[in-house]
Design a protein around this ligand. Structure first.
Ligand SMILES: NC(=O)c1ccc[n+]([C@@H]2O[C@H](COP(=O)([O-])OP(=O)(O)OC[C@H]3O[C@@H](n4cnc5c(N)ncnc54)[C@H](O)[C@@H]3O)[C@@H](O)[C@H]2O)c1
Length: 333
């Protein structure tokens, strides 16, 4: 595989494929979007028309597509089946999070890819934001000394409680689905847990967890977890209940890395990214918190034979989901 001959297929062409994966694959010169596979015929026709990729209605049909790699953006309950199919075809895989619905399924999927001798990557897009890459580099350069504490906060409402936010009518089924699948730490917090592992280069151990249901349900929609990573104290606060009744979304997204010699501070809504140290405040280049383009540039390089850089593997996906599940179980007690 080399250059523009790397042919990629995408299975499952719903929300995240359409706003994230498909545009990024089309924009990456090292990749060719050769095939899209989708069970909804109208959606398949629309995506094939807008991308120019060949349409396939099922994996059985996709087997004839002569691909070099498969991107899996189908619903989470299908990920194990789709990864196993790719392993059988001998295709490298980039799969959306969560890798699978449970630990046993993730282990089976990882082993199938290992037996096929093909790489399995998981779509932790937050690692590829320029600001996240800068934090990774600055920590390693000692820009803030020894990291002592890390705070990762993501408070939002998953598009609100209602189908119509202004009229307060109907139910936001997408948000209900994410609550049913395990709630905010499993849906979104896996990204924060992955960043903590990657930035600090160690394994987080939960030390205390608090779960709150701002709506008064039995499952928490707002979780605060404290974890220890080799002596660095990590706090992840994550919510899908923050302002859920408001007529418009009011999110709050930030990172703070507090070191022995300084602080790195990233605030999405304020578009602020600074290093605070002995010399005062140094402005850093702000960027959005995730990057599909950066992820596909890394994917293309890896498929072309370069080292896989910062691409998160199936095992990274498994560990983040194990942590998120353990935290969620403690939060629900
Ligand atoms: N990394 C991120 O920022 C991010 C954001 C949103 C969603 N996600 C993850 O991406 C995955 C997909 O989420 P979504 O919101 O796009 O879901 P979605 O329901 O909008 O899209 C899934 C698509 O898969 C199709 N599909 C279902 N079964 C199929 C099959 N057997 N073969 C082919 N296509 C099939 C559906 O028709 C649908 O179009 C989930 O795992 C979700 O957690 C990640």
């Amino acid at each position: 595989m080399s250059g523009s001959s790397i042919k990629v297929g995408v299975v499952g062409c719903g929300a995240v494929a359409q706003y994230g994966h498909l545009p990024a694959i089309l924009a990456e010169p090292g990749l060719e979007l050769a095939a899209v596979c989708e069970v909804d015929p109208d959606r398949l026709a629309q995506v094939a028309a807008s991308t120019g990729a060949r349409p396939y209605r099922s994996l059985d049909e996709l087997a004839a597509a002569d691909l070099d790699a498969l991107v899996i953006t189908s619903p989470a309950p299908l990920h194990e089946e789709h990864i196993t199919w790719a392993a059988g075809q001998g295709l490298p895989v980039l799969c959306e999070k969560p890798l699978t619905l449970d630990e046993a399924g993730s282990v089976r999927a990882i082993e199938a890819m290992e037996e096929a001798g093909r790489p399995l990557y998981v779509g932790f897009t937050y690692r590829f934001a320029p600001a996240a890459l800068d934090i990774h580099r600055l920590i390693r350069e000692g820009a803030i000394g020894e990291p002592r504490a890390l705070r990762l906060i993501y408070l939002w409402d998953l598009h609100g409680a209602y189908a119509d936010r202004e009229q307060h009518t109907g139910v936001n089924e997408r948000r209900e689905g994410r609550i049913a699948e395990g709630g905010p730490m499993i849906d979104c917090g896996v990204h924060q847990l992955d960043l903590a592992r990657w930035w600090l280069g160690g394994e987080p151990v939960p030390t205390s967890v608090v779960g709150i249901s701002v709506e008064g349900r039995t499952v928490p929609d707002h979780i605060v977890a404290h974890l220890d990573v080799d002596g660095c104290q990590v706090m992840v606060e994550i919510s899908i209940g923050y302002g859920h009744t408001a007529p418009r979304t009011l999110p709050s997204y930030s990172y703070e890395v507090i070191g022995s010699e300084g602080v790195l501070r990233y605030r999405r809504e304020e578009r602020e990214f600074v290093a605070i140290g002995r010399d005062g405040i140094r402005e850093l280049a702000w960027s959005p918190e995730k990057s599909f383009d950066g992820m596909y540039a890394a994917f293309a390089r890896a498929l072309a034979g370069d080292p896989a850089d910062s691409l998160p593997t199936g095992r990274d996906g498994l560990i983040a989901t194990q942590l998120a599940t353990a935290i969620t179980q403690r939060a629900a007690r």
